[in-house]
Design a protein around this ligand. Structure first.
Ligand SMILES: Nc1ncnc2c1ncn2[C@@H]1O[C@H](COP(=O)(O)OP(=O)(O)OP(=O)(O)O)[C@@H](O)[C@H]1O
Ligand SMILES: O=C([O-])CC(=O)C(=O)O
Ligand SMILES: [Mn+2]
Length: 536
C-alpha cells in the first residue's frame, strides 16, 4: 500500500458523509490503480503500457443532463437562461440515493487541487466507483505534495458513480444521467455516465463560479510561455486546437484547457492534459503522440489492434477519443503552472464554412465581440451523408461551464486586455479552399507558422488588409507561408459561392449576438461584422 494509503482511508469518505462496507482506496498511484482497473475488468493495457478504458454509451459530456442547485445563495448570481436548475430538495434526495448506492462498493479517493495559484486554490476530494476514473482525475488535477496532503482539508467534493441511475421523477433530472452541481456546498454528483471528462469540467464549473468574485477571470483556454517570459492564452471551443497548439517545443506549456487570470498573471487550474487522439500522428503532434506510448497515460475509447497497439484512425467507438496524462509528460511543461500576464490572446475557431482567414488581428472591441460570440463550426455526421457544416456559438468559448452571465466574464476580460495592452488574434484552424466537403482542414504546419509570427511579435510589422465582411485586419504576406492561404476567398474555386457562404455566416453572427446587444456598449456593437459588396 502507498504511503498515503496508510492513512485511515475510511476517514476520507466519512468526512464527506459516505460509508461503505467495501474497500476504500485512498490516493493510490498509477501502479496500484492499474492493478485495480485490470483486476476488476475496467480497463486494458496497451502494448506500450498505457491504460485504455471504454465508456460505453456516453463518449462525450452530457450538457443537457447538467443541473445547478437553485438556492438563496446561487439564485441571484447564476445565469439561469443557460443553466438548468434543480431544487435543494431534489439534490438532497439525489445525494441520499448516491450514499445508498455506494454503501457496499469499493471506492477510490483522490485528494487533489484545482488552481496552481496558492492563494486561490480549491482542494478537491474525488470519490469514484472506477479505479480508472481515479487515475484519470489524478492525472488531470494538481497532485499535492506529501506534506500538503497531511494537512489537506477538502473544500469541494465530487462523487462519480457511473452505475447510478437517476430518476427524473424523484431527482428532477431529464434522464438517468446526471451531473448535479451544488455551488453553495461545493458538491458535484455524477451518475449514469462513464465519460471521465465530466469530472474535470465539474471543477472548472466550480472555479468559474467562485473566481470572478475574487476579481479573477476564469477561462476555457490553453496557455504557454515563450523564452522571453511572454505568455499567450488560446481560447477556443472543443476541437479548435487548444491542446494541439499549446504543445509547442519552442514554448513552455502552462496548461491545455482551463486557466485563471488574476493580479499575478495566468495560472493553470489543472495538473494534466486531456488531448483528442483521433487521427493523432507522430509527425504532426510528436509531443502528444509520445504521451500515448508510456505508462501512466489513460486512453479513453481508443481502439486497440490485435497486438494491443492503439489505432488512432479508428473512430468506431467515437470521434472523441482521448488521452489523459500529467502535465510533465509533455517535455518543456511548466513545473509551477503559472506565467505572467499574457502578451497575446488567440481566439481559435474551426470554421468549417471556410470563410474565416487563417489569422486576423483584432481590436480590443472585436476581441470582446468574438469572445461573447464564441464561434466555431461542427462538421455534420458523415453517416447521414450531410455535408453542410453546423455553426456553434458558445459564449465565452465555453457556455456549458459558465454559471454566471457572460457579461461578468466579458467585463473582467475587457479590463485585463486594456490594463495589460494585450494583442488579440483570431485564428481559424478549420477549413480552407472551400467549406467542409470541398476544401481541406488547415494544415497544422500553416497554423503553427502563423502563430509563431504572432507570438514573437513579427506579424505586427506585416502589411494588413481589412476583411470586407468581418472588419478585422488580415496579413497580406507572412514569411514561410504560402500567401494565397491568407485570403480565404482566393482559395475558393467559386468566388460567388464564397461570397454567399460569407454572407450566411455574417448573418448567423448577427442573429446570435442579438441577445447580447443590451449588455454591451456602442464600441463593441460597432465591432460586429457587416456585409459588404464583394470586391471584383
Ligand atoms: N490547423 C490545425 N490546428 C489545430 N488542430 C488541428 C489543425 N488541423 C487539424 N487539427 C486537429 O484538430 C484537433 C484539435 O483538437 P484539440 O484537442 O487541440 O482541441 P481542444 O481545443 O483542446 O478541444 P477540447 O476543449 O475538447 O480539449 C486535433 O485532433 C488536431 O489534430
Ligand atoms: O470536457 C471535455 O469533454 C473536453 C473538453 O475539453 C471540452 O469539451 O471542452
Ligand atoms: Mn483540449
Amino acid at each position: 500500500m502507498s504511503e498515503a494509503g496508510k492513512r485511515n482511508p475510511d476517514c476520507a469518505i466519512d468526512a464527506i458523509g459516505l460509508k461503505t462496507t467495501g474497500a476504500v482506496r485512498y490516493n493510490f498511484g498509477a501502479a496500484e490503480l492499474y492493478e485495480e482497473a485490470i483486476r476488476r475488468g475496467e480497463a486494458k493495457l496497451t502494448a506500450q503500457g498505457a491504460l485504455v478504458a471504454e465508456t460505453g454509451q456516453h463518449t462525450g459530456r452530457s450538457p443537457k443532463d447538467k443541473f445547478i442547485v437553485r438556492d438563496d445563495n446561487t439564485g441571484p448570481h447564476v445565469w439561469w437562461d443557460n443553466n438548468k436548475a434543480i431544487s435543494p430538495a431534489e439534490f438532497e434526495a439525489l445525494h441520499a440515493d448516491f450514499r445508498a448506492h455506494a454503501k457496499a462498493k469499493d471506492l477510490y479517493v483522490q485528494d487533489l487541487v484545482g488552481g496552481a495559484d496558492a492563494e486561490l486554490q480549491l482542494p478537491v476530494r474525488v470519490v469514484t466507483e472506477f479505479a480508472w476514473h481515479s487515475l484519470f482525475i489524478r492525472n488531470l488535477l494538481i497532485r499535492p505534495q506529501a506534506a500538503e496532503l497531511e494537512r489537506f482539508v477538502p473544500e469541494m467534493t465530487i462523487i462519480d458513480l457511473p452505475s447510478f441511475r437517476a430518476d427524473p421523477a424523484r431527482h428532477g433530472t431529464r434522464t438517468e444521467t446526471v451531473i448535479a452541481v451544488d455551488l453553495t456546498r461545493k458538491i458535484v454528483l455524477i451518475g449514469g455516465t462513464s465519460y471521465a471528462g465530466e469530472m474535470k469540467k465539474s471543477v472548472f464549473t466550480m472555479l468559474n463560479y467562485l473566481l470572478p468574485e475574487k476579481g479573477v477571470m476564469p477561462m476555457h483556454c490553453s496557455a504557454n510561455e515563450g523564452p522571453a517570459g511572454d505568455a499567450a492564452v488560446f481560447f477556443g471551443l472543443s476541437g479548435t486546437g487548444k491542446t494541439t497548439l499549446s504543445a509547442d517545443p519552442s514554448r513552455t506549456l502552462i496548461g491545455d484547457d482551463e486557466h485563471g487570470w488574476g493580479p499575478q498573471g495566468v495560472f493553470n487550474f489543472e495538473g494534466g492534459c486531456y488531448a483528442k487522439t483521433i487521427r493523432l500522428s507522430a509527425e504532426a503532434e510528436p509531443e502528444i503522440f509520445a504521451t500515448t506510448q508510456r505508462f501512466g497515460t489513460v486512453l479513453e475509447n481508443v481502439v486497440l489492434n490485435a497486438g494491443r497497439v492503439p489505432d488512432f484512425d479508428d473512430g468506431s467507438l467515437t470521434e472523441n477519443t482521448r488521452c489523459a496524462y500529467p502535465l510533465d509528460y509533455i517535455p518543456n511543461a511548466s513545473r509551477t503552472g503559472r506565467a505572467g500576464h499574457p502578451k497575446n490572446i488567440i481566439m481559435l475557431t474551426a470554421d468549417a464554412f471556410g470563410v474565416m482567414p487563417p489569422i486576423a488581428r483584432l481590436t480590443p472591441a472585436q476581441a470582446m465581440y468574438h469572445f461573447l460570440s464564441g464561434y466555431t463550426a461542427k462538421v455534420a455526421g458523415t453517416e447521414k451523408g450531410v455535408t453542410e457544416p453546423e455553426a456553434t456559438f458558445s459564449t465565452c468559448f465555453g457556455a456549458p461551464f459558465m454559471p454566471r452571465h457572460p457579461s461578468e466574464y466579458g467585463k473582467l476580460l475587457r479590463e485585463l486586455i486594456a490594463g495589460h495592452g494585450v494583442d488579440c488574434w483570431l485564428v481559424n484552424t478549420g477549413w480552407t479552399g472551400g467549406a467542409y466537403g470541398t476544401g481541406r482542414r488547415m494544415p497544422i504546419k500553416v497554423t503553427r507558422a502563423l502563430l509563431g509570427a504572432a507570438l514573437d511579435g513579427s506579424l505586427n510589422a506585416a502589411e494588413f488588409r481589412t476583411d470586407a465582411n468581418f472588419g478585422f485586419e488580415v496579413p497580406v504576406a507572412v514569411p514561410g507561408v504560402d500567401g494565397a492561404i491568407l485570403d480565404p476567398r482566393s482559395t475558393w474555386a467559386d468566388k460567388a459561392a464564397y461570397d454567399r457562404q460569407a454572407a450566411k455566416l455574417v448573418g448567423m453572427f448577427a442573429v446570435n449576438f442579438e441577445k447580447f446587444e443590451k449588455h454591451v456598449d456602442a464600441t463593441i456593437l460597432g465591432a460586429a461584422p457587416h456585409l459588404q459588396e464583394a470586391a471584383e
